[in-house]
Design a protein around this ligand. Structure first.
Ligand code: GDP
Length: 295
């Protein structure tokens, strides 16, 4: 496992041969390689720095295990630390004690928010839960149509009030509708812009305040790499997120965005999107992601 990183560490780690402890001094070359590997996996630079400091702390003083390649030993420490930072285990969706559970989807346009809204609904429907999807993106009529089409495809109702109503009213009425229909989960799709924009944030904050969601999920495109960090910071500071969905993990990214999102928000990634189809959603498992980042 992790052959590429192991090869690189091989040279860096030669210094350690014949020594019996990992020290700050003798692991510097190896840490440089780990740092480079994480940057290549698209982890944000700042996040890498914090992470390397943690690895260093975890590794200092460790006995070099006889018969074990010291490079492999450091990889194990890095892997364990990655899993730890990403939260050890899968964190499920929030579920309100009293129905309906309200899930708010946030993120930039094009990240896969609308698709993820449908994917989540289908995922819950398969667990015998009932869902209502709410279309609040009044700026793009196509977004409402897209959600309706997806709703028909997965047989989940969509609540919308066209493009003339305001998003706060749509969201509030959507939740009321779900209550009336006895539906247990409402997923609110919101408007996203191509870039972070003050007005979008204010509107999102107003919608959030009005519906008081149980889960506010930031949808992040894994292909955005380094940028995922800034995006997460801004959304988390301005609206407060309780989790994330990392989309487009079927692409060739190694998924470093996962570490950035988790470390910056302190909130768990709950799902990963692995394709354009509505079925292409998987729970997030930190150990699998750690393997991919180090692959
Ligand atoms: P929104 O603007 O954030 O609502 O984004 P959409 O849901 O409309 O998705 C934007 C594009 O990304 C569409 O072409 C989707 O099919 C595609 N997409 C969404 N999620 C995934 C994913 O997990 N993998 C891949 N390959 N494409 C995705």
């Amino acid at each position: 496992m992790f052959d590429a990183l192991a090869d690189r560490l091989e040279d860096a780690w030669k210094k350690l041969r014949g020594q019996d402890k990992i020290t700050e001094a003798n692991m510097q070359d190896a840490l440089k390689e780990v740092r480079r590997a994480l940057l290549e996996a698209d982890v944000n630079l700042q996040v890498v720095k914090t992470f390397i400091a943690e690895v260093e702390k975890a590794a200092i003083g460790a006995e070099v295990i006889a018969g074990v390649n010291p490079g492999q030993q450091l990889i194990k420490i890095v892997y364990d630390e990655l899993v730890k930072v990403m939260g050890e285990s899968n964190v499920p969706l929030a579920q309100a004690e009293k129905s309906p559970t309200v899930i708010l989807m946030a993120g930039l346009q094009g990240t896969g928010k609308t698709t993820a809204t449908a994917k989540l609904s289908l995922y819950l429907r398969k667990q015998e839960r009932t869902c209502l999807m709410v279309a609040t993106d009044i700026y793009r009529p196509a977004a409402i149509d897209q959600l309706k089409t997806l709703g028909e495809q997965i047989e989940v109702p969509v609540f919308e009030l066209g493009t003339q109503a305001n998003p706060v009213d749509i969201a509030t009425q959507g939740v009321a509708k779900a209550k009336e229909m006895g539906i247990d989960t409402v997923i609110i799709d919101t408007a996203g812009r191509l870039q972070i924009d003050e007005e979008m944030m204010l509107e999102l904050a107003r919608v959030k305040k009005a519906v008081n969601p149980d889960d506010t999920l930031l949808v992040v495109d894994a292909m955005t790499g380094q940028e995922a960090a800034n995006l997460t910071r801004t959304f988390h500071e301005q609206i407060g997120v309780t989790g994330a969905i990392l989309t487009k993990m079927d692409g060739d990214t190694r998924g470093g965005a996962a570490l950035s999102v988790r470390q910056i928000s302190g909130q768990p990634i709950k799902f990963v999107g692995v394709g354009e189809k509505v079925e292409a959603l998987q729970p997030f498992y930190p150990d699998r992601m750690a393997s991919r980042i180090l692959s």
